[in-house]
Design a protein around this ligand. Sequence first.
Ligand code: TYM
Length: 343
Amino acid sequence: MGETVGHERRVFSGVQPTGNLHLGNYLGAVKRFVEMQEQDVQTLYCVVDLHAITMPYDPRALRHATRELTAAFLACGLDPAKSILFNQSQVPAHAELTWLFNCVARIGWLNRMTQFKDKAGKNREAASVGIYAYPVLMAADILVYKATHVPVGEDQKQHLELARDIASKFNLDFGAPDFFPLPEPMIEGAATRVMSLRDGTKKMSKSDPSDLSRINLTDDADAIAQKIRKAQTDPEPLPSEEEGLEGRPGAANLVAIYAALADMPKAAVLAEFGGQPFSAFKPALAELAVAKVAPIAGRMREHLADPAHIDAVLADGAERAEAIAAPVARDAYEIAGLLRTRR
Ligand code: TYM
C-alpha cells in the first residue's frame, strides 16, 4: 500500500446487500478485505444498504439481505475485533456528506458513468434519481472516513475516479488543499474481474439469469463441482505461458479463478497445468473451489441462526464508524460555509 501524503492510511470498502455474494465478489473484494484486515492499518467494511434502495426492492427482503451479507462477511473471516463492520444507513454522516457532494459533482461527470447506463437500461427517464447520483454517495462513503485505500473489483474503477475528482474539487473550491485525501483504488490480484462461467466475455454478476454462470457463496460442494464441470472452455489444452490465454476468455477465467483461490500467480498455475486438457484441470479446480468456498456456506448459516449477534455486531460497528465520520462531515459543512451554532 502506497503512502498518501498528509493522511493516515485507512481502508474502506462496501458491498451491496442485493442477493447472495458470488465468487466474483469474494475474489475481487471480500477475500482481499480479509487480507487487509491482517495488516497494520485501520479497516472499515460497510454493507451499503442506501445503495441497495436505488433499484426497485422489497423492504423486508432488504432487512434480511443486510443481515445475510453481514453473516457472509463474518463467514469469510472478517472479524469485528479487527475491522469496523456496519451498515451504511446507521451512520447518517454518509447521507449528509452526499448532499454536499451533490453540489460539488457536475452533471457532466455523472453522465459519463457507464454503470448508470447499464443499470438504467433503455428507459432512463423512469430510473430513480438515486441510481443516477449513486456514485456521489459512494464518494461520500469513502471520504467521510478520509479513507486512503479502497479495495474493489475492476468494475468500480470509474466510480473511484469520480470520488477522487470530487475530493479534489471540494479541496480546491473551498481552499482546503488537503482536507480530503485522494483515495487510491486497490484493484489487485489475479481475479479483479471474474467472468461468467457460461460466457467468458461477460462479468460474473448477481443479475445474470443463469445460475450456472456464477458460483454463489451459498452453493454446496455438488453445485460448485457441477458448475465448474459445465464451465465454458475450448478444445485446446492449457497453454504454458500467459500469452497463450489471449483470445481464450473461458480458459483465462478459470486460470484466474484457480490462481486467486490458491494464492498463486497465474504463471505458476500454467507452469503446473500447461499442456494438460480441461478434463484434468477442471477436477483440480473443482476440488480447490470446494475446499475454499463450501465451508463458507456452513459458517454463514451458523451466523444467521443468531440474528441478535449480527445486530449487535452492526450496532457496535455503527457507533465506531460514526465516531470517525460525524466530525469529518461536520468539518466539511463548516468549510463549505454552512453555519453551525450548536456545539
Ligand atoms: P457490488 O456490491 O456490486 O460488489 C461488491 C464488490 O465486488 C466486486 N465485484 C467483482 N470483482 C471481481 N469480479 C466480479 N465479477 C465482480 N463483481 C463484483 C466489486 O467490484 C465490488 O468491489 N458500488 C459498489 C459498492 C460500494 C462501494 C462504496 C465500494 C458502495 N460504496 C465505497 C467501495 C467504496 C458496488 O455496487 O459493489
